[in-house]
Design a binder for this molecule. Structure first.
Ligand code: PEP
Ligand code: MG
Length: 424
């Protein structure tokens, strides 16, 4: 099967934060059409593929993406339209060569990722299979439904409160099925809202649909979560509903190298001590970006000290980059990777990063970005690759639940698909 692309089109649309992004449409000669929406992060790793923004302060505070849209409609369209490709991977290779930079800053990673996502959608459509089945076939992986991680309290770069840790997620590890895990997430979310209101906290939402109360100590948020889990009738812990953290520590590391948490300045080792005390007291099972992306010696010590007790996951430090992940694995940094397609720029490179993690026995979590669209590609990606974990924000707001709802639809149509954290 080949991809005969007739038309390539991009437009500037809005993401979930009122910020411009791209929608890309690919059309074949026979009229098959697929569309992709491009996600965008706020707490980005410095080595992520570079998103192209216009910088024209008279539009969208400089955040416009007309330049990236123009690259898709001109240079990329010229390279793809009227041409035949052996596969979506072949389209990705063409995009990478056309851009010609290591960081994809010439055409823009946002331009490339939109075309890449649409090309994989297109290949699946032409093959007449579901996207997740097609991705499993391409990657040679066993499909599996993931455990969803619901970000129910937002801080850091995703909210205007004083909470330094960015994400507090519910992880319903004890749920017997994807549908029951979603139910647990939604029920605890509702109880959390009631408890916050009862204790006089604001119940306004952050960028990922979680609550953003004016609380600064992470331990106080964790206690609220444990109480809300109990209120909803679940057991806090790995047999019921556990908790995952993404402190996104690069965001609160100071120029002097110290980490500022709730008004205290902590060294790397003091912050690791704090995580240890948190793990002793609360049912936290996973910590993402516990230290800053350039604190590699700290990461080695954190992995040594806590890696047997919790999942130690790299996001800003790894940026879904096969070369960086390979180097980090050789240095025994972390035991798990967060996976975001737009950090590296194409689906092919993302699948490569995921293969490297699998081969090193690193667990993986497929992730949305804080700026999202209704595109649910990541739901199919996590099922097809059998990665076992996904985070897509709160169980609220359309752009977040689009991914969870896609997972529910997949499980309803394919009830025999396994559901668990990782391959058993
Ligand atoms: C994250 O840090 O894991 C995240 C999803 O945030 P952002 O998209 O803002 O990088
Ligand atoms: Mg993160």
């Amino acid at each position: 099967m080949t991809l005969q692309i007739a038309q390539v089109n991009a437009v500037e649309i809005l993401d979930s934060r009122a910020c411009p992004t791209l929608a890309v449409t690919l059309t074949t000669n026979d009229g098959t059409r697929t569309r992709a929406g491009v996600p965008s992060g706020a707490s980005t790793g410095s080595r992520e593929a570079v998103e192209l923004r216009d910088g024209d302060q008279s539009r969208y505070r400089g955040q416009g993406v007309l330049g990236a849209v123009g690259h898709v409609n001109d240079e990329i369209a010229q390279a793809l339209a009227g041409h035949t490709f052996a596969s979506a991977a072949d389209v990705d290779r063409t995009l990478i060569e056309l851009d010609g930079t290591d960081t994809k800053h010439r055409l823009g990673a946002n331009a490339l990722v939109g075309v890449s996502l649409a090309a994989w959608h297109l290949e699946a459509a032409l093959a007449g299979t579901e996207l997740w089945q097609h991705l499993a076939h391409s990657a040679g992986t066993e499909p599996r439904l993931p455990v969803p991680h619901f970000n129910v309290v937002n801080g850091g770069a995703h909210a205007t409160n004083d909470l330094d840790f960015q994400e507090f997620m519910l992880a319903p590890l004890g749920a017997p099925s994807l549908a029951e895990a979603v139910r647990a997430g939604a029920e605890v979310y509702a109880q959390l809202r009631a408890r916050l209101a009862a204790e006089g906290h604001a119940t306004g939402l952050g960028d990922e649909g979680g609550f953003a109360p004016a609380i600064d100590r992470p331990e106080d948020v964790l206690q609220l979560l444990v109480d809300a889990i109990t209120d909803a009738g679940y057991t806090p812990g790995r047999d019921g509903v556990a908790i995952a953290l993404d402190p996104a520590a690069s965001e609160f590391r100071q120029p002097d190298g110290l980490y500022r948490v709730a008004g205290q300045a902590l060294s790397s080792d003091q912050l690791i001590d704090r995580y240890e005390a948190i793990i002793d007291r609360f049912p936290v099972w996973s910590i993402e970006d516990g230290l800053a992306e350039d604190d590699w010696p700290g990461w080695v010590r954190m992995t040594e000290r806590l890696g047997d007790r919790v999942q130690i996951m790299g996001d800003d430090i790894f940026v879904t980059n096969p070369a960086i992940i390979t180097e980090a694995i050789s240095k025994k940094i972390a035991n798990s990777a967060l996976i975001k397609v737009n950090q590296i720029g194409t689906v092919t490179e993302t699948l490569d990063a995921m293969r490297i993690c699998r081969e090193a026995d690193y667990t993986q979590m497929v992730s949305h970005r804080s700026g999202e669209t209704d595109d649910a590609f990541i739901a199919d990606l996590v099922v097809g690759t059998g990665s076992g974990q996904i985070k897509s924000g709160a169980p609220a707001r359309g752009e977040r639940v689009a991914k969870y709802n896609r997972l529910i639809e997949i499980t309803a149509a394919h009830p025999s698909l396994p559901y668990s954290l990782a391959a058993s």
